[in-house]
Design a binder for this molecule. Sequence first.
Ligand SMILES: NC(=O)c1ccc[n+]([C@@H]2O[C@H](COP(=O)([O-])OP(=O)(O)OC[C@H]3O[C@@H](n4cnc5c(N)ncnc54)[C@H](OP(=O)(O)O)[C@@H]3O)[C@@H](O)[C@H]2O)c1
Length: 334
Amino acid sequence: MFATDSLPYLNPNQDRRVALITGGNSGVGYYTVLHLYLHGYIVYIAGRSRSRVLKSIRELKQDATAIRSTYTSQQSSSERFLGDLFYLEIDLSSLASVIAAVENFKQLESNLNILINNAGAMALPYALTQDGFDIQIQTNFIAPFVLSTKLLPLLENTADRFPSIDPPRIIYLSSVGHQLCLRYFNMNSTFNYKPNFVFTWLRYGLAKIAGIHFMKMLALRNPKILCMSVHPGFVMNTNLFSYWTRLPIIGIMFWCLFQIFGYFFGVSNEEGANAIIKCSLDPTLTVEKDNGKYFATGGKESEPSKIAQNMDFAARTWIWTIHQLSERGISIPS
Ligand SMILES: NC(=O)c1ccc[n+]([C@@H]2O[C@H](COP(=O)([O-])OP(=O)(O)OC[C@H]3O[C@@H](n4cnc5c(N)ncnc54)[C@H](OP(=O)(O)O)[C@@H]3O)[C@@H](O)[C@H]2O)c1
């Protein structure tokens, strides 16, 4: 694990940099926000529940104050500055809400330095959203695709206006679960079969592989922006597992299983955030050498599955998505 302390601290009064993260109110997103805030970033936490995000903002401020109390007096007075925290409304299960969030954000900020597509849903039963996609595909892939592509002009504009600072970044939270697609990959597969506890993982894996393809295609098409995918690690105490742990009676069995798995193979929520923080703030990552790469637990550069690396598949995923969106009347900036 690298030390987040070694990453640069900004003074937001002299160098105002803006980050937008989906789902920053819980799990690994929470600790990602905490460190961006401690490093002087203006962070917009995009979430579907105003009350949950505002509660997390209060807790983040308390946690940041506690961490700052451990700084030396020089660090707190002249080297390390807090950024700011804001709420942005977004519900990824509605593409209209995603588009409205982009419009709201553009009214609030003229620059965007870091976009983190962190929010996700895992292992839910098959269910169609109002846009006609399975809930897991939409939350984990389609909505991040729409959010990122709609914000691309702002990110590119930021790159053009500030050519001497780090290029803007887009980070996508994938998962080692993308490997579940094995040799079979087809974006038209709905995997809407029984039993759910088997096929739900294929829907999750498909979404997370599509997200890696998306970062690779963006890296190819937008060389001004640094795009990366991340697997944070097995982080068993986040809300991601709550569909299973809240099931009546057998939920307790799943909870015990996840805890045992986490004991042997898991990392804490804060350790899980490390890879995202590294991809967000590490100045040694560059568009020339790192664009489109995949990073695993602790920020270790890794290779995703062969299907995820395959650029023919990535191009097909891109075309499939554009086609699906255009059928729904949604165009993306060229
Ligand atoms: N935990 C792991 O072991 C693990 C492993 C690999 C990859 N990941 C990925 O890491 C990311 C973060 O997961 P986590 O473990 O930190 O889980 P988490 O605590 O459940 O966080 C997920 C976040 O996504 C938000 N979200 C879910 N559906 C949404 C929607 N329709 N609209 C807006 N926001 C929505 C949640 O908001 P609410 O609070 O409103 O529900 C929550 O803030 C996910 O993309 C996940 O797939 C996690």
